[in-house]
Design a binder for this molecule. Structure first.
Ligand code: ADP
Ligand code: ZN
Length: 518
């Protein structure tokens, strides 16, 4: 059937119902695949144009296209948009009364709908029409929600595997903006579409400048950042509700239209924040990660991460909300070691602790990178840039390396002589010959390297030791009160003359003091 649909027919449908002249990215190939009855997994960045990949085929199928979506709040908007384009669509979820729900089922059964949006937890209610007399295609939006490997796991998604079994001839198209390889595989497995054709669009968002700064006096930095960008819209992501509130309060004092958003607000309050932001009544939203999914605002000029996110998928999706209009935009991440420690505590005891820690490590590598950040970010999604991007802080201001072997030896031998029992702060105190009570009372001033690094400032030592950690010459034992330990590679530096390159502390990569109060 559908396989014979000609290219020109698809273009006509695109123009007639959506008003566009050409397909974007891989839209055409994806649509042809689905229409040929083949399952598809579509990975496309936010704003890439995923919706048309199932909305357009829906118009050519005989039966209904079922769209599984987690975003009840947005279903009405999506359906209204389709209706405005002359497409028969509706939605079915728990916000509707029984009578209304029944009338929607009746409409679908009578063949009067092309698309039906449904929340996964409401699927059971559709059982009268869950068969191939009525349904021709299943689209699963935000498909990463099915995977506990992903960053936005929803238990209600985990039952969706039954759809392929119940509707074996109907193609399934699973769509998401974020999925590393493991998550992609998990999506395919759980949905029972292991032979699905996979479509991976480029994740490069060239118009977004990437920058990382040390989390020193964050608020002051943000105020200066905003002063340079008057009247621009942006989002500040924070880890806790409390921080969203304190940051927005601090900005309001400066006369900036800021507000906070988190899961503790009522449904109505959250809606209002979103609308005010979309209609430019609020300039800045300080939010937890709960904010932004599905928000279609094209002129977000910048996204700031006040705290470090827990993985690169989440980070990428959040910064992807900037610059959807293609104009120059900015993503600024504050890197704080205290955040890393806190995130590490969150993962402790979690079922997939190892996976989460590995992801956090990748996030940290990005934040501490001394090479092009975009290369690192894209490589996470399996994409490789030939050349450095020229639009990240590392490219614009490359770090200068110097021969740091002596510094490394001093630090590593101090760690060894402290018997690998001390955290980074105490190691620095020993190196600098500090005379505080903690050092003197525990006899650490008796260590033979005591004071051999007095000529280097505390902050600089911190910068060097964090680099040694990143380069694998020592490590933090998180389970042993963050004490510094040596690694296999330490020996090569201490005893075999292995050379170590370090970078000078620049503004961009200076670290915040470990003990900073939250
Ligand atoms: P996603 O779901 O991937 O975030 P959307 O489907 O919401 O993206 O599409 C993002 C924007 O791009 C929408 O405004 C949409 O109308 C527009 N768009 C999609 N496909 C095309 C196209 N072929 N030509 C022009 N604009 C398009
Ligand atoms: Zn770069």
């Amino acid at each position: 059937m559908a396989a014979e649909i000609e290219k020109s027919t698809l273009l006509t449908t695109l123009k007639t119902y959506f008003g566009y002249d050409t397909f974007r990215n891989q839209q055409r190939e994806i649509i042809a695949t689905v229409l040929a009855g083949t399952d598809a997994i579509v990975i496309m960045p936010t704003g890439g144009g995923k919706s048309i990949c199932y909305q357009l085929p829906a118009l050519h199928f005989k039966g209904l296209t079922l769209v599984i979506s987690p975003l009840i709040a947005l279903m009405k908007d999506q359906v209204d948009g389709l209706k405005a384009n002359g497409i028969e669509a509706d939605f079915y979820n728990s916000s509707q009364g029984a009578t209304l729900q029944q009338s929607i089922i009746n409409k679908a059964a009578a063949g009067k709908l092309k698309l039906l949006y449904v929340a996964p937890e409401s699927l059971a209610g559709l059982s009268p029409i869950l068969n191939e007399n009525y349904i021709s295609c299943v689209a699963i939006d935000e498909a990463h929600c099915i995977s506990s490997w992903g960053h936005d796991f929803r238990p209600s998604y985990q039952q969706l595997g039954f759809l392929k079994k119940t509707l074996p001839k109907s193609p399934v198209i699973a769509l998401t903006a974020t999925a590393d390889k493991a998550t992609r595989q998990d999506i395919a497995d759980q949905l029972n579409i292991s032979h699905a054709q996979q479509f991976l669009s480029s994740f490069d968002r060239k118009n977004i400048t990437l920058e990382v700064r040390a989390a020193d006096k964050r608020l002051d930095q943000i105020k200066r950042f905003l002063a340079k960008r008057p009247d621009t819209s942006g989002i500040i992501y924070c880890l806790s509700r409390k921080t969203t509130e304190s940051v927005s309060e601090a900005l309001k004092v400066e006369g900036i239209e800021a507000t906070s958003y988190h899961a503790g607000l009522s449904f109505e309050e959250r809606n209002k924040v979103q609308e005010d932001f979309i209609y430019d009544k609020t300039q800045v939203v300080c939010a937890t990660v709960a904010f932004g999914m599905g928000i279609d605002k094209s002129n977000v000029r910048w996204v700031i991460h006040y705290n470090m996110p827990k993985n690169l998928e989440g980070y990428y999706q959040e910064i992807g909300r900037a610059g959807r209009d293609g104009l120059k935009s900015h993503a600024l991440l504050f890197h704080s070691y205290a955040d890393v420690l806190q995130l590490r505590r969150f993962t402790q005891g979690a079922g997939n602790e190892e996976v989460q820690n590995a992801k956090l490590d990748r996030m940290k590598q990005y934040a501490e990178a001394t090479t092009c950040r975009r290369k690192i970010l894209l490589s996470y999604f399996g994409e490789f840039l030939e050349q450095d991007c020229g639009n990240c802080d590392v490219c614009k201001n490359p770090p200068q390396f110097f021969e740091g072997t002596i510094l490394a030896q001093k630090a590593l031998s101090t760690i060894a002589r402290a018997k690998e029992t001390q955290p980074i702060g105490v190691i620095i105190d020993i190196l600098r010959g500090a005379k505080n009570a903690q050092i003197l009372d525990t006899g650490l001033d008796q260590i033979s390297t005591y004071g051999i690094g007095a000529d280097v400032s505390w902050k600089d030592w911190q910068h060097y030791i964090l680099q040694l950690i990143n380069q694998g010459y020592c490590e933090i034992a998180f389970h042993l009160r963050n004490s510094l330990h040596l690694t296999q590679s330490s020996k090569a530096v201490l005893f075999e003359g292995k050379k170590v390159s370090l970078t000078h502390p620049t503004e961009a990569i200076k670290q915040e003091v470990l003990t900073e109060k939250k």
